[in-house]
Write a protein that binds this ligand. Structure first.
Ligand SMILES: [Zn+2]
Length: 296
């Protein structure tokens, strides 16, 4: 680039291009979005399209709640045009955004209302908003507007992409509403209580063996309580997930004669995920739920 500009022989251009080159060594061309969890990575890729580079700070297969950031990753956050994150989900990301990227922050908790967690499940707000397609659609709209501000040339494309994603999410939402309308039971047992948005929305009762954080070890008393609920309510299936050890769920299943199945909280896509992107995993979850709850 320097050579070309020097050959053009315009001193003014050299100065401008030199400044541009200095920037180019640190960040890729185009607009960049950084996020900490797979569903937001998917959303940003859909809304941004090819014009936007999306980085997910959580490695594939890693559990995102207790993410720790390397200095290089903190650099990625401070360089990004948009830091798309959910305040309260990943403390390391919250801190890095507050210190390095306040101007580029797009906090999902400011776009949609996060549900409150019952104190029995740990209290606070529930970060797993991506399991609600409608909230995801709202975030798509917000991100589309933010990208349009940053890159006005692409504004029409970002808005069209956001609308397309919102329509797709609306279709998904309608499928959930229809399939979960008439079920023999509405109780379901999961490892960590990640499915509160689905439960609230579709009038289901989530029983989490552990609370909102996947790594807390349930007490024997809690295990016994869940097993009793399973027997009393005739729960047929204990759900395990892809990124958390199934041991606890399997213990409850063995004790009660229930079977296990995978309900994926979509905290990451792995080889074990029942599908290869957000919509396909959401649809696999819907099939699994509808079967376990004997929905007609
Ligand atoms: Zn979670």
């Amino acid at each position: 680039m320097m050579t070309k500009v020097a050959a053009a022989g315009a001193a003014g251009l050299v100065a401008v291009a030199a400044a541009g080159c200095g920037g180019a060594t640190e960040e890729a061309d185009g607009v960049s979005v950084v996020t900490g969890v797979y569903p937001l990575e998917w959303l940003a890729s859909q809304v941004g399209g090819e014009a936007v580079t999306v980085t997910n700070l959580t490695e594939p297969g890693a559990e995102p709640h207790d993410l720790e950031l390397s200095p290089r990753q903190i650099g990625v956050i401070s360089d990004a045009d948009v830091a798309l994150y959910i305040q309260g989900m990943q403390p390391a990301v919250d801190d890095a955004v507050a210190q390095q990227a306040a101007d580029s922050a797009l906090d999902v908790a400011q776009v949609v209302e996060l549900r409150e967690v019952p104190s029995a499940d740990g209290g606070g707000t529930d970060p797993h908003m991506w399991l609600d397609p409608q909230r995801m659609a709202e975030v798509a709209g917000s991100l589309g507007e933010r990208l349009a501000e940053i890159d006005p040339d692409g504004a029409a494309a970002y808005r069209a992409n956001a609308q397309r994603v919102a329509d797709e999410l609306g279709t998904l939402e309608a499928e959930y509403t229809e399939r979960l309308d008439d079920c023999e039971t509405r109780n379901f047992v999961v490892s960590h209580a990640a499915f509160g948005y689905l439960a609230d929305k579709y009038d289901l009762n989530q029983i989490g063996i552990t609370g909102i954080e996947p790594d807390s070890e349930p007490s024997p008393a809690r295990m016994a309580e869940v097993a009793e609920t399973v027997r009393e309510q005739g729960v047929t299936t204990i759900f395990t997930e892809t990124l958390v050890s199934p041991a606890v769920a399997e213990t409850v299943a063995e004790e009660t004669g229930a079977r296990t199945a995978v309900l994926d909280p979509l905290e990451g896509i792995t080889d074990a995920s029942p599908g290869d992107d957000y919509p396909s995993v959401m649809r696999a979850n819907l099939d699994t739920l509808a079967e376990a709850l004997s929905c007609s």
